[in-house]
Design a protein around this ligand. Structure first.
Ligand code: ATP
Ligand code: MG
Length: 455
C-alpha cells in the first residue's frame, strides 16, 4: 500500500475516532439533560393531577378513577391508605410501596411524589414511557451514523490529495536517484536539495553521500591504477630478466645472479601484495586486546637479526609495555620500521626501544644511516611517497602510510625526526587505554602522491 493511501486512511481513521469520542460525550450529556427535563415535566404535572382528582368524587368502594388531563405518554397511579384511588389504563407494573423520588423502572421514567387528596396525603406515581428521552437520542444517533462516515470519507479524500502534493518531491527524488544509478554520475544534483524542509534536507544528505561515494570510488580507481602501475614495473623487470637469462648461454654464476635479481623483484611484489591485503582488511578485522609491545618488537628484532646478520641491531625495553591493540597490525608496524632501517640505513647500526611510561608506551626505531632531508620528513607517511625514487626501486612507498594508519587505529601518534648525528628516528606513542573507535581503513588516505618526487 502506498504511503499516500496509508496517510489518507490513517487520517480518516483518526478523524472517525475523534468524532466518535466527542459524539459519545455529547450523547451522555444529552441523555442526562433529557432525563432531568423529563422528571421536571412530570413534577409540573402534579398540580394538574391534584386539581383533576379534587374535582371528582370518590367513594371507598368505587373503582379507581380514570384520569384524562395528563399527556398521552404519561401514566399515573394514586394510592391513599393502601388503596388505589386512581390509575390510568397503561400504568406499568411497578410496586406500590416505592419511596418518594425519581428512578427509571420497567422501561419508564418514574416519579414518586406525595400529593394532597381530599385533605389527606396520598402517593402519586407518575410514569413516562421514556420516548421523550429515547426519540431525540435515536435521532442524534441516526445523524451520527451519516455524518461520521461522510466526514471520514471527506477527510480521506482531502488527505489523499494533500499527501499526493506533499509526496511529489519524493517521487522526483526517486526518479533522479534512479537516473543517477543508471548514468553513474554520482555528482549530478538532486531535485529539492537546498530547500529548508525535511525532504530538502533528505535530498541534501543524499547528494552529499553520493558525492562522498563518488570521491571514494575515484580514489579507489586511482589507487588501483597506482597499485597496478607499481606491480607492472617489477613484473616487466622480471620478465626481461627471465627472457635475458633464457636468450643465450649463461654460466652458472650468471644464472645465480639472474635468479637473485628475479627474487628481489618477486620480493618487491610480495611486499606490495601484502600491503594491499592489509589495506583491504575491514575495521571489523581489527582486534583490540592487551598486547605486550615489548614482546612483539623483540620478536621482530630477532627476525631482522636473522635476515640481516651484518647489521648491529640493539634492542632495549623498559617498564610495562602493554598496549590495547591488534597484534598482527602492531607486528606489521614494527617490521615496516625495522625493514626501512635495514633497507635505507646502508648497513649502519640500528636501535629499537620500547618504554612504558605512566600514560603511554613509546616505541622508537632509529638507525644511524643517511636519514632523509628535513623537507621530506612531513611527507614520509604519504602513500607512494619515496624520497629517492631512483634508489627506492625496491619499495612501493606504502610501508609508512600503513604504519601511520596502524598508529591512528591504535590512537597512537607517529613522529619522524632526524637522529643525532644522522639517520632517521621514528617514534610511536601508544596511549595506555587504547582507542574506543578504531578507524581502519577508510581508503581515503590512499590518494596517490606525487610519485616522481626526488631530492
Ligand atoms: N630509515 C630510513 N632511512 C632513510 N629513508 C627512509 C627510511 N625509512 C623510510 N625512508 C624513506 O621514506 C620512503 C617511504 O618509506 P615507505 O616505507 O613508506 O616506503 P618504501 O619503503 O619505499 O616502500 P614499501 O615500504 O612500500 O615497500 C622510502 O622510500 C625512503 O625514501
Ligand atoms: Mg618501507
Amino acid at each position: 500500500m502506498s504511503i499516500r493511501i496509508r496517510i489518507a486512511l490513517g487520517v480518516a481513521l483518526q478523524t472517525a475516532v475523534v468524532v466518535l469520542v466527542v459524539a459519545a460525550v455529547q450523547f451522555l450529556a444529552l441523555r442526562s439533560f433529557l432525563a432531568v427535563a423529563e422528571y421536571e415535566r412530570l413534577e409540573m404535572l402534579i398540580p394538574r393531577l391534584e386539581q383533576e382528582l379534587a374535582a371528582r368524587p370518590q367513594s371507598g368502594a368505587a373503582p379507581p378513577l380514570e384520569i384524562t388531563t395528563l399527556p398521552r405518554n404519561v401514566d399515573v397511579r394514586v394510592l391513599q391508605g393502601g388503596q388505589v384511588v386512581a390509575v390510568t389504563e397503561n400504568f406499568p407494573p411497578i410496586p406500590a410501596d416505592l419511596p418518594p423520588g425519581y428512578a427509571p423502572r420497567a422501561g419508564h421514567d418514574v416519579l414518586i411524589a406525595t400529593v394532597t387528596l381530599r385533605g389527606g396525603a396520598a402517593t402519586a406515581q407518575l410514569a413516562s414511557d421514556v420516548l421523550g428521552v429515547v426519540n431525540p437520542l435515536r435521532a442524534y444517533l441516526r445523524a451520527l451514523a451519516v455524518t461520521v462516515p461522510t466526514a471520514a470519507a471527506l477527510v480521506a479524500l482531502l488527505s489523499f490529495l494533500l499527501a499526493g502534493r506533499l509526496l511529489r518531491p519524493v517521487a522526483r527524488l526517486q526518479e533522479a536517484a534512479a537516473r543517477l544509478g543508471q548514468q553513474g554520475d554520482l555528482r549530478s544534483p538532486l531535485p529539492g536539495a537546498g530547500r529548508n524542509d525535511e525532504l530538502g534536507r533528505l535530498a541534501g544528505t543524499l547528494q552529499t553521500s553520493f558525492a562522498q561515494l563518488a570521491d571514494v570510488r575515484e580514489r579507489e580507481e586511482e589507487f588501483t591504477r597506482a597499485a597496478a602501475h607499481d606491480l607492472r614495473s617489477p613484473l616487466a623487470a622480471l620478465k626481461m630478466r627471465l627472457q635475458g637469462s633464457l636468450a643465450g648461454p649463461r654460466s652458472e654464476a650468471e644464472l645465480r645472479e639472474d635468479m637473485a635479481e628475479a627474487l628481489a623483484d618477486v620480493e618487491r611484489m610480495r611486499r606490495l601484495t601484502e600491503h594491499l591485503l592489509l589495506l583491504a582488511r575491514g575495521v571489523q578485522a581489527v582486534q583490540l586486546l592487551p598486547v605486550d609491545l615489548a614482546r612483539v618488537a623483540g620478536e621482530a628484532v630477532d627476525r631482522a637479526r636473522e635476515a640481516a646478520p651484518d647489521v648491529r641491531l640493539d634492542f632495549e625495553t623498559r617498564g610495562d609495555a602493554t598496549v590495547i591493540g591488534d597484534e598482527a597490525l602492531l607486528t606489521h608496524l614494527v617490521e615496516n620500521l625495522i625493514g626501512n632501517g635495514l633497507r635505507y640505513g646502508q648497513g649502519a647500526d640500528m636501535r629499537v626501544s620500547v618504554g612504558g611510561e605512566a600514560d603511554h608506551v613509546r616505541l622508537t626505531v632509529q638507525d644511524a644511516g643517511p636519514g632523509v632531508p628535513a623537507a621530506a620528513l612531513p611527507h614520509l607517511a604519504e602513500p607512494f611517497y619515496q624520497v629517492n625514487t631512483a634508489r627506492g626501486g625496491e619499495g612501493n612507498g606504502l610501508g609508512l602510510a600503513i604504519v601511520q594508519r596502524v598508529a591512528q587505529t591504535h590512537g597512537a601518534t607517529l613522529r619522524f625526526e632526524n637522529g643525532e648525528p644522522g639517520g632517521l628516528r621514528v617514534a610511536v606513542d601508544f596511549p595506555r587505554t587504547g582507542t574506543d573507535q578504531p578507524e581502519w581503513p577508510a581508503r581515503d588516505f590512499l590518494l596517490p602522491h606525487n610519485r616522481n618526487h626526488s631530492q
